[in-house]
Design a protein around this ligand. Sequence first.
Ligand code: MG
Length: 499
Amino acid sequence: MRLENPVVNQILDAYKPIWSLKHAISLMGWDFETYMPREGTEGRGVADSQLHLLRKDLLLNKDFIGLVESAKLQGGLGDFEKGIVRVLDREITKQIKIPKELTEAESLARIRGNMAWREARAKSDFKMYEPHLEKMIEIKKQIAAKLGYEKHPYDALLDTFEEQLTVDNLDKVFGALTPRIQKILKKLVDSNSPFCKENKLGNSKYDIKKLDDLNHDVLTLLQYDMKRFRMDISTHPFTETMGLNDIRITTRYEGTDFKKSIFSTIHEAGHALYDLQCNPSLSFTPIEGGSSLAIHESQSRFWENIVCRSLPFVQLISPLIRKQLDFANQTTDDELYLYFNNVKADYIRVDADEVTYNLHIAIRYEIEKKIFGEELSVSEIPEFWNDRMEQLLGVRPTKDSQGVLQDTHWSSGLFGYFPTYTLGTLVSAIIASKMRKDLEGYEEDIKWGNFDLIRKWLRLKIHQYGSTYAPKVLLDNNLSEGYNPDYFVTYLETKYLGS
Ligand code: MG
């Protein structure tokens, strides 16, 4: 990309090796989760932390900082140029504040903690993992202190995942959201809603090869360009962007409950589309790819839940399902729809339905806030977790693997990450509401497999900009509702209660 401002052009030239390290780190991360033999862990840990340190050195090179500082003083920058300077300035400021020793300590704690967590989860024994979690939290507290914050130490960590996000913002969101979701859940359960009935489709064993074919059929239907995109398999599905023409997702095959695999595929494909539809001239710049985790999650959830769990989409793909899965060949569209949207208060977040999902996040948010506010010690977490599960969802985990050990995030040092899942969900419902106004009858388009207008709307409003704008600015400019939870609550009420 060539821009008008010569200083910003110099920045982009100097950024190439930094971009290349990011490319390599992403590729190694993808490989770690997909094809790397198990014993490669230690070596990969060393390589990963060394490349991160190299990247830090390049970012903190004094000539590079000089260029960014000089660009900050330039007048008349365009939006792309301002975006490039904003993103780099933010990154450099953070890197300066966190000393090298702390970065290294975190890398090491991540590799060791993640291995310990895997074993502890397999044995459902929190005690095995507790010292590692203690260590990681200690490091994160030091990082929060170095980064600095105005009100709450947790704000410093939230900001690393979602620019300018604070405890104040999230207290408002969850304060409004949690009781309203609980009310919807109670109504569904009390009325013995068809959405709550367990469906036998979930118990049928499927042929993995056939489901893989079905997932690829769905991706074809959603118009994914396999020359720029691929799908592999991992335990926990994810999306990794090597660059705007090499975006990879994974899905999961557990042998039963085929909706989990289909919706994992669609969720990750939704993330991928954000980057696939970014303005190609942002390639190799610091602003290629999505604005933030929450905006990213709004894209994955929009496709997963709003588009693909809708009745028109079920009507579109039901012939494909019946073709690939023998046990489903007598199933009606309505049965498939209820199976896809089955609501059940349960232990595991990643398997949760649209109604209960955000209650899981509310609990993680509360715990993280208390940890960094010095209100909860590590040894108290499992009990607190189980109490809150019982209070909010009405189910109490009986073992650590159903509770505190279920997610990998904390072992990888990802504190402040969970809330972005909820924010993404809220934004996805805002998008649906705006889209309904702009594209009359877009549900009809879904039914006929015409996704052109939907993709175009997302590209123009969100995807094309990459991270040119900070998430709050992008939301203000294009959706003007911030993280307003009303749209999501209305969406749930309309869909599940018919009100
Ligand atoms: Mg996601």
